[in-house]
Design a binder for this molecule. Structure first.
Ligand SMILES: [Zn+2]
Ligand SMILES: [Zn+2]
Length: 251
């Protein structure tokens, strides 16, 4: 019986932010793992089809090879590839093998202080090598990644924008880099220091359950910069501002 190429381990790259590195985290990882085929339930034939044996090997999956001067030896049947079933009856999803790759999500505990390229093991969540046997393990490679001032956290991306305080008070727009290219970020008037503005759908793609594709978000943390010294003209304006503030507060 031919089996799909079996993986000893699956590698999932998981991006880690500095916060995750410090505190550790529970993370969800996604992988396509070998399971009993959900279409044929491991019967290997198309649903609703009655199985009948391959005409070449009569269902054994093996045929005898005889060559002049050599002893007869059995080999995999060329008609059915060892499946023992007629090709037109094979389950479409698994090709008559009985096992198929199924999208699966699993939890992994990332320990505090995790380092780049650490390998974490999720026991017994990996490939099912054969029906009735034990599932293999999944190995997750943790990657601490930083790209052009952007931090990846799974499908979400984080970055920061520094603003002068008048920009935050009055509102403004600025161009930022995302994994999908340059985008205009609109900063509303009255934005506070360390406020987080999100751009949905500007993150990284990931495959959810049932193979559906999703896209993460880009989150921007606003950092306000206060000047350590000001020019005389700025000082004059600030003094005027202060006077207005005091007048308003006393009134
Ligand atoms: Zn199947
Ligand atoms: Zn055959």
């Amino acid at each position: 019986m031919p089996m799909p190429r079996r993986l000893n381990f699956l590698e999932c790259r998981l991006a880690a932010t500095p916060g995750l590195v410090q505190q550790g985290a529970q993370k969800t990882v996604h992988a396509d793992v070998l399971r009993i085929c959900p279409d044929c339930k491991g019967r290997r034939v198309r649903p609703g089809v009655a199985a009948s044996s391959c005409g070449f090997c009569r269902g054994s999956g093996q045929v005898l090879r005889s060559r002049a001067g050599a002893q007869a030896a059995s080999r995999v049947c060329p008609g059915c590839g060892g499946r023992g079933l007629q090709a037109q009856q094979w389950c479409r999803r698994c090709g008559g093998v009985g096992l198929a790759r199924v999208a699966s999500s699993m939890q992994i505990k990332v320990p505090p202080g995790v380092q780049d390229d650490t390998v974490l093991r999720i026991p017994l969540q990996g490939d099912l090598p054969e029906e009735g046997t034990q599932k293999g393990d999944i190995y997750v490679v943790v990657a601490v990644q930083q790209l052009d001032g952007m931090l990846r956290d799974g499908s979400d991306v984080h970055s920061t924008v520094s603003l002068a305080y008048p920009e935050a008070i009055l509102g403004c727009s600025t161009e930022i880099g995302t994994v999908r290219g340059r985008r205009i970020l609109t900063i509303p008037a009255g934005t506070q220091h360390k406020a987080v503005l999100s751009l949905p759908g500007e993150g990284v793609d990931y495959r959810g359950r049932h193979g559906t594709m999703y896209r993460g978000s880009h989150h921007v943390t606003i950092l306000l910069q206060l000047p350590s010294s000001v020019a005389p003209v700025e000082k004059a304006i600030l003094l005027e501002l202060l006077a207005i503030e005091r007048l308003q507060n006393s009134g």
